[in-house]
Ligand binder design. Structure first.
Ligand code: IPM
Ligand code: MG
Length: 361
């Protein structure tokens, strides 16, 4: 089959890790007889440098006209990069938020899975890791604090900043439905995370999630307060299957969940709309400190490409092959610096990409 894929290399380590994911996709094409047409799209700092803005209408149109979008990372060092001397709405991150909104990518799926090979890289004690863990965070991505009204004012000489956290029931319902649908294909457990002891938006969240749960009697629903969830993730990560949560909580909890898998360099993600279309990106940032040094771990991006094959292109066999290739390379003992431990073989970004592409069968 022929598919059109928008590639967003972005900033920092983005171009390096996207190049490795493309290498793996090209191998998939060769082995399984597909052809992918790639269209490069500028986003974030890369777009600011060329167009003066982090996202253009043309970029949105190109992304929309493709079957899926694969992204690296965006953003730079806030202390040194000139991008951060621009007003907030013109900075790289604003481009990412704008493309999520423009493509209506309300469902962000972030799987956090412990590879047995990476137990040594996991910061938790062996007895806490137990048999390992396999969870997926379903994060609402186009609402809440990220998109509420915000302003900074000065009242009587006192500076004041306001961000608004709002959710309507439709926004809550559609992400809850996604979480329950996903749970059905897994261990049938949804843990909905909120701050219902304080926030109105969380109280509505809880009610709507309970209404949705009525349609899924085969799935167990539990509610957890976000502070408790942050604690449970390092106390007993094995208890989670699907974590359903709003935008900001999901941002924070997914970084935490990724770290317990050994490295944020392993965590893939998919951002989906109501259709099969999605944007796929690693959960980590652009790591400007190691950009261009062949040090970044491309696995999160390669696993994001596998999610793209599965969710947007319906190529399950091919997605399995990529995931198996990652597994094989880890079993064979190859590691980038972030997941390196005694007795394993340290490789760079390109070598890791070569090894995984080679292992796709
Ligand atoms: C993420 C990132 C983004 C977010 C930033 C770069 C705006 O942290 O995808 O988790 O907060 O959503
Ligand atoms: Mg984040």
């Amino acid at each position: 089959m022929n598919y059109t894929i928008s590639l967003i290399p972005g900033d920092g380590i983005g171009p390096e890790i996207v190049a490795e994911a493309k290498k793996v996709l090209d191998k998939v094409c060769a082995v399984y007889g597909h052809s992918f047409t790639y269209k490069e799209v500028l986003l974030g700092g890369a777009s600011i440098d060329v167009h003066g803005v982090p996202l253009t209408e043309e970029a949105i149109a190109t992304a929309k006209s493709s079957d899926a979008v694969l992204m690296g990372s965006i953003g730079g060092d806030a202390k040194t990069s000139p991008w951060y001397r621009l007003e907030p709405s013109k900075r790289p991150e604003a481009g990412l938020l704008a493309i999520r909104k423009a493509l209506n990518l309300f469902a962000n799926l972030r799987p956090a899975y412990l590879y047995q090979e990476l137990r040594a890289a996991c910061p938790l004690r062996d007895e806490i890791i137990g048999d390992g863990f396999d969870m997926i965070i379903v994060r609402e991505l186009t609402g809440g604090l990220y998109f509420g009204e915000r302003k900074t004012v000065e009242e009587n000489g006192v500076r004041k900043a306001i961000d608004t956290l709002s959710y309507d029931e439709k926004e809550i319902r559609r992400i809850a439905v996604k979480a329950f649908e996903i749970a059905r294909k897994r261990k049938k457990k949804v843990c909905s995370v909120d701050k219902a002891n304080v926030l109105d938006s969380s109280r509505l969240w809880r009610k709507v999630v309970e209404e949705v749960a009525l349609g899924y009697p085969d799935v167990t629903l539990e509610h957890m307060l976000v502070d408790n969830c942050a604690m449970q993730l390092v106390r007993n990560p094995g208890q989670f299957d699907v974590i359903l949560t709003e935008n900001m909580f999901g941002d924070i909890l997914s970084d935490e969940a990724s770290m317990v898998t050994g490295s944020i360099g392993m965590l893939s993600s998919a951002s989906l709309n109501e259709t099969k279309f999605g944007l796929y990106e690693p959960s980590h940032g652009s790591a400007p400190d190691i950009a261009g040094q062949n040090k970044a771990n491309p696995i999160a991006t390669i696993l994001s490409a596998a999610m793209m094959l599965r969710f947007s292109l319906d190529l399950d066999r091919e997605a399995d092959a990529v995931e198996a290739a990652v597994q094989k390379v880890l079993t064979d003992g190859y590691r980038t610096g972030d997941i390196f431990s005694e007795g394993t073989v340290l490789v760079g970004t390109r070598e890791m990409g070569d090894l995984i592409a080679e292992a796709v069968k």
